[in-house]
Design a protein around this ligand. Structure first.
Ligand code: IMP
Ligand code: MG
Length: 179
């Protein structure tokens, strides 16, 4: 375990189980639909690539990059699309894939935009959820697991663009960001 990690919250084995469980549920729910799995970069990468390989349906994938965070640990509330989707999402059943739902401000903004573009349906799959931190009116449809109100990294999640490559989800030591 990396020394900047206080403790491991979700192991590699648990991540595999989460992907299997959510993949099976999504396969059931999206039968006969025109599924577009839309990942929010960069945090979604490992979760999304593992998740879609557990979905036994024809589907399309696309990505969006939005920035709401600087290098700190709190959402700024300002959300900007820095890379948009390539596909015209009209008539697609869009499943947004996010690494972690915190205040909900980011996904609230993204889903509003996708709605105005004529998506047939919009649902949210998030690997991690910090429900007690929510301020925007957003409820995820698929959740890997809840995590405590601590800063977490790994399996796509970063602090200041680092730690994304950890194969597990770890709680970051406060001394790393409280300087
Ligand atoms: P929200 O708009 O506050 O829901 O912020 C969601 C985004 O903030 C996520 O997509 C993450 O990129 C980032 N974020 C929130 N909490 C954490 C965390 O504990 N670790 C890493 N990134 C986080
Ligand atoms: Mg993110």
């Amino acid at each position: 375990m990396l020394s900047d990690v206080e403790k491991i919250l979700v192991t590699e084995e648990e991540l595999r189980e989460i992907n299997k469980r959510l993949g099976a549920q999504i396969t059931e729910d999206y039968k006969g639909k025109k599924l577009l799995v839309l990942g929010i970069l960069k945090g979604c990468v490992f979760f999304m690539t593992d998740l879609v390989r557990n979905i036994d349906l024809p589907l399309s994938i696309d990505f969006m990059t939005v920035s709401s965070y600087g290098s700190g640990t709190e959402s700024t509330g300002r959300v900007k699309i820095t890379k948009d989707v390539d596909i015209d999402i009209k008539d697609y059943d869009v499943l947004i894939v996010e690494d972690i739902l915190d205040s909900g401000k980011t996904l609230n903004y993204v889903s509003d935009i996708l709605r105005t573009r004529g998506a047939r349906s919009i649902k949210i799959a998030t690997l991690l959820d910090k429900p007690e931190r929510r301020v925007a009116p957003i409820t995820p449809d698929y959740v890997g697991c809840d995590v405590p109100d601590e800063f977490v990294v790994g399996y796509g999640l970063d602090y200041d663009q680092k730690y994304r490559n950890l194969p597990y989800i770890g709680q970051l030591r406060r001394s790393v960001y409280e300087k």
